[in-house]
Design a protein around this ligand. Structure first.
Ligand code: COA
Length: 321
C-alpha cells in the first residue's frame, strides 16, 4: 500500500504586483529582476487575508477535484512558515472551515520544503496503516514577513496556496528523501515571534526575512541534484523514466542550473515562477495543480517533486501519477 494523489487545488490572491510596481518602492528594475530570477510578477495577499484563507480555498478545490467529502479526511497537514497566528494552527483553521470533523490537523514548519515534507509525513501515516485519506497543503504569505525596503529579498517572493488530496492505494509514492542542516540556518532566516519579555516589559515584535542570496543559490544547485540522484538510485529508477521534475519555484536560474547539472532538458522542468515569484511552501502544489488542470499528467506518469529552503531543509518525492 502506498499514497496516491487523487486531486489537487490551489489559490492565489487577486492583487498582481509587477516588477515595475516594485521599482517604484525600491531601487530595482524589471530588467534586473527578470534576468536574475525569471520573475515578472507576483500575487500579494490583502491586509485582511492571509495564509489560512488561501489554504482553505486551495483545500476546497482539491477536495472537489478528488471527489472526496471533508468528512472522509483522516489527517490534514499544512506546510507553512507564515501561519496567520501561533495557535490555533492554520491546519486546524482549515479543518474547522471545511468541516473535516474526523481529521487530525497540524502545521509543519519546513519553509519552502513544507509541501514535500508534509506529503512525505502523511505518506508515513498511510504506509503504516494508521490513516487512509489525507489533505496535504502548502501555503505561505511571505509578503507579510518581508522588509519592503530590502530590495534583495522583496522582489523574490509571492503569496499562494496549493493542496493535494491523497489516499491509500496500490500506486502512488514510490520513494522519498528528506534532509536538514540546522548549522547553516542563518543563510535564510526570519526573525523570531517570541521576542516579548516579562522582565523588561518588551512586547513581541515581528522579525523580517533576511537571506544570503548567493549562499542559498549554491546550496540549491548542489543539494537538489544530489537529492534527486539519491532518490532515483535508491528506487532503481532511471532519470529518463521521469516525465517531469517539479522543482520548488525559487528562481529560473536555479532551475536552469539544475537542468544543466543533471542533463535534463528544461522542457521536463516546468516553471510558473514568472507569474507568481517564490511562493515558498505553495510553489510545488501550485505548479502541480496547474499541470493537472491543464491535462499534462496521465495515469502512470512518473514525477519527481523536489523542494529546498530555510532550515536549511530539502526533500524530494518520486511518485507515479
Ligand atoms: N534590484 C537591483 N539590484 C539589486 C537587487 C534588486 N532587486 N538586489 C540586489 N541587487 C544588487 C546588489 O546590491 C549587488 O549590487 P553591487 O554589485 O553594487 O553590490 C548586485 O545587485 C548583485 O547582487 P548579488 O546578490 O550578487 O546578485 P545575484 O546575482 O547573486 O542575484 C539573487 C541575487 C537573490 C537573485 C540570487 O542570489 C538568488 O536567486 N539566490 C537564491 C535566492 C533564493 O532562491 N532564495 C529562496 C530559496 S527557497
Amino acid at each position: 500500500m502506498t499514497t496516491r494523489i487523487i486531486g489537487t487545488g490551489s489559490a492565489v490572491p487577486n492583487q498582481i504586483v509587477t516588477n515595475d510596481d516594485l521599482s517604484k518602492i525600491v531601487e530595482t528594475s524589471d530588467e534586473w529582476i527578470r534576468t536574475r530570477t525569471g520573475i515578472r510578477e507576483r500575487r500579494i495577499a490583502s491586509a485582511q487575508s492571509g495564509t489560512t484563507a488561501l489554504a482553505i480555498e486551495a483545500a476546497r478545490k482539491a477536495l472537489e477535484n478528488a471527489h472526496v467529502a471533508p468528512e472522509e479526511l483522516d489527517i490534514i497537514i499544512l506546510g507553512t512558515s507564515s501561519a496567520d497566528c501561533c495557535f490555533p494552527s492554520g491546519a486546524c483553521e482549515v479543518q474547522g472551515a471545511i468541516g473535516a470533523v474526523n481529521a487530525v490537523a497540524f502545521d509543519l514548519s519546513a519553509a519552502c520544503s513544507g509541501f514535500v515534507f508534509a506529503l512525505n509525513t502523511v505518506h508515513s501515516f498511510i504506509k503504516a496503516g494508521i490513516y487512509k485519506t489525507g489533505l496535504v497543503i502548502g501555503a505561505d504569505t511571505l509578503s507579510k514577513l518581508i522588509d519592503w525596503t530590502d530590495r534583495s529579498t522583496c522582489v523574490l517572493f509571492g503569496d499562494a496556496a496549493g493542496a493535494a488530496v491523497v489516499r491509500a492505494e496500490e500506486q502512488g509514492i514510490i520513494h522519498l528523501e528528506m534532509g536538514a542542516d540546522g548549522s547553516r540556518g542563518n543563510v535564510l532566516e526570519c526573525g523570531g515571534r517570541t521576542t516579548g519579555n516579562f522582565l523588561t516589559g518588551q512586547k513581541p515584535e515581528l522579525g523580517y526575512m533576511s537571506m544570503e542570496g548567493q549562499e542559498v543559490f549554491k546550496f540549491a544547485v548542489k543539494t537538489v541534484p544530489e537529492t534527486i540522484n539519491r532518490l532515483l538510485e535508491e528506487s532503481q529508477t532511471s532519470k529518463d523514466d521521469i516525465k517531469y521534475f517539479i522543482l520548488h519555484q525559487a528562481n529560473y536560474r536555479i532551475c536552469e542550473s539544475i537542468s544543466k547539472r543533471m542533463k535534463i532538458s528544461m522542457d521536463r522542468i516546468p516553471t510558473n515562477l514568472e507569474n507568481y515569484g517564490n511562493t515558498s511552501g505553495a510553489s510545488i502544489p501550485l505548479l502541480l495543480d496547474e499541470m493537472n488542470r491543464a491535462g499534462m499528467l496521465s495515469r502512470g506518469d512518473k514525477l519527481v517533486m523536489a523542494g529546498f529552503g530555510g532550515g536549511l531543509t530539502w526533500g524530494a518525492t518520486l511518485i507515479e501519477w
